[in-house]
Design a protein around this ligand. Sequence first.
Ligand code: ADP
Ligand code: MG
Length: 476
Amino acid sequence: MGLSHEKVWENCLRIIREDIGEQAYRTWFLPIKPMAIHGDKLTIQVPSEYFYDYLEEHYVHVLKKAVVAEIGPLAKLEYSVIVDQGGDEKRPTLVQYPTQKAPYYSKKNPAPEKPEYKSPFDLRNLGHLAHQSYLNPKYTFDNYIEGTCNQLARSAGLAIAEKPGITSFNPLMIYGTVGLGKTHLVQAIGNEVKNNDDNKFVVYVTSENFTNQVYEALKNRRIEEFNHFYLQVDILIIDDIQFLAGKERTQEILFHIFNQLHGNGKQIVFTSDRPPRDLMNIELQDRLISRFKWGLTADITSPDLETRVAIIQKKLEDDGIEIPTEVIEYVAHTVDTSVRDLEGVIISLIGHASLTRKNIDLELAKQTLKNIVKEIDTEVDIDFIQKTVADYFKLKVDDLVAKTRKKEMVKARQIAMYFCKSLTDHSLKSIGFNFGGRDHTTVIHSVQSVEDQMVTNNTYKAHVDEIKKKLKIKKI
Ligand code: ADP
Ligand code: MG
């Protein structure tokens, strides 16, 4: 071993960061200081008792995964907590706490035996976890709020969790933009299946991880083992399938695994940030896409106000925290983009209140939101619109400006022009100029064409609305 505590913690942070949202990472992990490492025990300093409780309550699994990956299966974690006893005379002191939840493996409580098959997850040095599902236990149906935005996806998820592989929802494909609860839902399915029948072999894997595993397996000539592992799975959950775009070999391997599992009545669940028909635009093989459509495709959309309020209330209730209704309503009204943004704001609020020892009132909420919104705000100018639209269609900004008349590019170009006209003060002439020196009549034509299609074509309108959301400046 021999790494310093700083280095070990730095590596842990890298792992943790992959697992949790940016806001939570910054609020709960950046304030932590590594203090020492003795053998298998890492000591970290946290700023308050509340902090310690919160970490133990919410992030113990994330911490565990990280320290075990870094230090090994016998890793122990100890907190050094700054305890403020109040009053000026008594300076805050440090108290050591061991971690209480989910005890780490020890000699008395050894890690479970490795299964016979070799897991491709081993390649990430998480060998002793190979018997597990790689599910995060915090994602359950219990804490997944139902709203019109996710009704179909949620009920289909529940149905397959009851009878995996048996319903006609196979595969189940859930799509929606980032932060709307896809990962939560599919992990809840996995956890529920395990709850109902612990013998079921559930595997949750992100597309990126899956791609890396294929790459490592090919490199190490272990592709047979790789296939062998996946063919034993009862429920295979692959998250963010759009990241397989352009990964020909991985798609091919997944295609065969899919066919075999499906043929054997095993359940498969996918998520994607766009509907299957749009996956064609991003280099995903037709034969794979056609398989996605065999079962049920369900979308998740942005939560409405009522659902946002319910989500906030549930999160607070789970944390045992009370916040005045006016604050909840203020946050629900202001943050209308995604559940992830909503959650980020709540986490920040609790974090601020805990660090400043202030109550969470409207004032603090406004203050906190101002800071966060500043970070996510971006000025809408032509560059930003071009970049956002190009990213959305997986094109380059150059494609929007170029002379080409390819259908996909014309569509993206027209939408970008439309937003430049509606969201900036640029004249038609200036917009044309910024799109490869085009004439102002071209801009008029583009804007008109977008407006027409929005009326006649719902899918088209949905695209434009989604891009608009990405461009939207949030107002306080
Ligand atoms: P996605 O995978 O679609 O990007 P996530 O599943 O990661 O989104 O959700 C982002 C955050 O919002 C997660 O912390 C998740 O728990 C929370 N969340 C999303 N939808 C809901 C919901 N309906 N009820 C409660 N929490 C939710
Ligand atoms: Mg996700």
